[in-house]
Design a protein around this ligand. Structure first.
Ligand SMILES: [Zn+2]
Length: 241
C-alpha cells in the first residue's frame, strides 16, 4: 500500500495522485488573505487535489533523501506579514513524526495540529477550522504512523484493563473507537497495532468530513478535502488509507 514508492508496491505514487484526484476537481480557492506571507516562493495551490499532489511530491523527496529545503531563513521577512498554509496536518506528537520534514515543506506551508494519537477533539477542530476558513488551507490530512505508543497503550487498556497514570486515560478514551473497531475485525487482524492505527485515522477523517458548519460546508463547496494517511517510520513513506 505504498503511495510514493517505486518498488512495485500495491499502490504507487500514481495511486496517491489518483486518491487525491478522487477528492475533488475543485475550483480554485481564492486566498482569504493576501498571499504576501507565503514562504518558499510557492504560489498557493489552485485546488485540494493540487495540495495533495504537493504533499505527495514532498514526501517523495523526503524518502529519496533529496529535500528541497535547506535554508529556512529564506522568506523570513515575508512570513512576518502573514501566512497562507496550503494544507493542514493532524499528526501524532511522536518525536519521529515531523510533518514539515516528512512532506519537505517550509515554514508557512503547513498548518499542523499535533497530539499523541493524532485524533481531533474540539480544540483541534477549532484550530483546523481556523486553518482552512481563515488561512486558506485546502486539504486536511489525518496522519497516523507505525509503532504508535498511544495506540499500543489504548490496546492494552481495552484488552487488559490496564490503568494508565495521570491524564493519559483521556488519550485512551479518544482512541478507543478506532482500537475497538480493529479488535472487532473478522478475522482478527494480523497486525492489531497497524489495524487500529488505520481505523483511528479513518474514524477521525469521517469525523472531520461531517464537522458542521465550517469544515463540512467547505468540502461541499469544493474548497477543502480530507485525507487519511499512515507514515511508516522505517521507510519514511506516507500511505493513504
Ligand atoms: Zn503516535
Amino acid at each position: 500500500m505504498c503511495i510514493l514508492c517505486n518498488d512495485g508496491s500495491a499502490v504507487s505514487r500514481r495511486g496517491f495522485l489518483k486518491g487525491a484526484a478522487y477528492v475533488a476537481a475543485a475550483a480554485a480557492m481564492p486566498s482569504i488573505i493576501a498571499s504576501s506571507g507565503s514562504a518558499w516562493a510557492q504560489a498557493a495551490p489552485v485546488s485540494p487535489t493540487e495540495a495533495a499532489t504537493r504533499l505527495a511530491d514532498g514526501n517523495a523527496r523526503y524518502v529519496a533523501g533529496s529535500p528541497r529545503n535547506s535554508d529556512y531563513s529564506v522568506g523570513r521577512a515575508e512570513r512576518a506579514l502573514g501566512q497562507t498554509p496550503f494544507a493542514s496536518i493532524v499528526s501524532c506528537a511522536d518525536s519521529r513524526v515531523a510533518p514539515e520534514l516528512i512532506f519537505d515543506q517550509g515554514p508557512g506551508d503547513l498548518f499542523v495540529v499535533r497530539v499523541a494519537g493524532n485524533f481531533v477533539n474540539e480544540d483541534g477542530l477549532a484550530s483546523l477550522e481556523f486553518g482552512s476558513a481563515v488561512l486558506g488551507s485546502q486539504l486536511i490530512m489525518v496522519l497516523g504512523h507505525t509503532a504508535c505508543g498511544a495506540i499500543k497503550a489504548t490496546i492494552d487498556v481495552v484488552e487488559n484493563g490496564t490503568e494508565l497514570p495521570g491524564h493519559l486515560p483521556a488519550l485512551a478514551t479518544a482512541l478507543r473507537p478506532g482500537v475497538e473497531k480493529a479488535m472487532a475485525e473478522k478475522p482478527a487482524p494480523a497486525d492489531l497495532v497497524m489495524a487500529a492505527t488505520i481505523e483511528n485515522v479513518k474514524f477521525n477523517v469521517a469525523y472531520l468530513k461531517t464537522a458542521k458548519p465550517i469544515i463540512a460546508d467547505m468540502i461541499a463547496n469544493g474548497k477543502l478535502e480530507i485525507l487519511g494517511g499512515v507514515y511508516d517510520i522505517a521507510t519514511g513513506k506516507v500511505t493513504l488509507v
